[in-house]
Design a protein around this ligand. Structure first.
Ligand code: PAF
Length: 283
């Protein structure tokens, strides 16, 4: 496994792999890898011959007062995990390598970037789109892998790839959960023991909506209200939003169609967690 920090080294390494007719996959990450990231790497290994993973805590997707400086980092451990998975290339650029000091051109996510996470974190998806677009341009993979945990991010990246005619296939992988349902996230490391226990409320809220829908409830507002009530019952959790949305437009729906996405965000102390689940209406 090779670790490189410059764009030029990535281009050379990928070029050599391409000359050998290898199918290239990219798994973009911000490091502090967990089983969720590793599931993306494993999916990539099953679909491509040359696996590149980027580890870059991207400053442009963090807002003022967010956790850019304190975001958990453990490069040595990440490298060990990736070596064990048989990854070929790890790209670990510095912010200065990624962004020219006078860089001003960015990728605008459009209206989808203003909903939900975008409303709470202005500029977040412009930062995500810009860095993902740059990583795709640097690596030029055939396939790029993203987790469903960040569902809005996934939808926006798929749109970006379509709307900008980027030559890559976006693949998504299901959320990986702890045995008690908490979705894996690098930010779970911030939770105190009590907050960690309370954090399962996001999953419980989603399951409540799922169960109601499977029982025949089709009103998206009813499902959303049930999720809100569930979060309100947990004293350590403060709700940001709970909704049942169209999985393509992320916009509100009146009644459940073939499938919809329940989305939820809540704060446990100073830690903000998000989660989501596909919701299907029962007979
Ligand atoms: O999901 C993440 O970890 C990040 O948003 C990504 C896609 C690596 C871009 O920085």
């Amino acid at each position: 496994m090779e670790r490189v920090a410059s764009k030029e080294e990535v281009r050379q390494a990928v070029l050599a792999a391409r000359r050998e007719d290898k199918r290239i996959a990219l798994v973009p990450t911000m490091g502090m890898l967990h089983e969720g990231h590793l599931s993306l790497v494993r999916a990539a290994c099953g679909r491509a011959d040359y696996i590149a993973v980027s580890i870059f805590v991207n400053p442009t997707q963090f807002g003022p007062g967010e956790d850019f400086e304190t975001y958990p980092r453990d490069l040595e451990r990440d490298m060990e995990l990736l070596r064990a998975e048989g990854v070929d290339l790890v790209f670990t650029p510095t912010p200065a390598e990624m962004y020219a000091g006078d860089a001003h051109v960015t990728v605008a996510p459009g209206p989808l970037g203003e909903l939900w996470e975008g409303a709470v974190r202005p500029g977040h998806f412009a930062g995500v789109c810009t860095v993902v677009c740059k990583l795709l341009n640097i690596v030029q993979p055939n396939l790029a892998f993203f987790g469903e945990k960040d569902f809005q991010q996934l939808v926006i990246i798929k749109r970006m790839v379509r709307d900008l005619d980027l030559s890559v296939r976006v693949e998504s992988c299901p959320i990986i959960r702890e045995p008690d349902g908490l979705a894996l996230s690098s930010r779970n490391a911030y939770l105190s023991v009590d907050e960690r226990r309370a954090a399962t409320v996001l999953y419980r809220a989603l399951r409540t909506a799922e169960t109601l829908a499977l029982g025949g409830e089709s009103g998206a507002a009813v499902l959303a209200e049930a999720m809100r009530e569930c979060i309100a019952d947990e004293p350590l959790a403060a709700l940001d939003y709970a909704a049942v949305v169209d999985p393509a437009t992320l916009g509100p729906i009146g009644a459940l169609d073939a499938s919809a996405r329940a989305i939820v965000a809540a704060r446990l102390g100073s830690t903000r967690l998000i989660d989501n689940m596909q919701i299907t209406r029962g007979a």
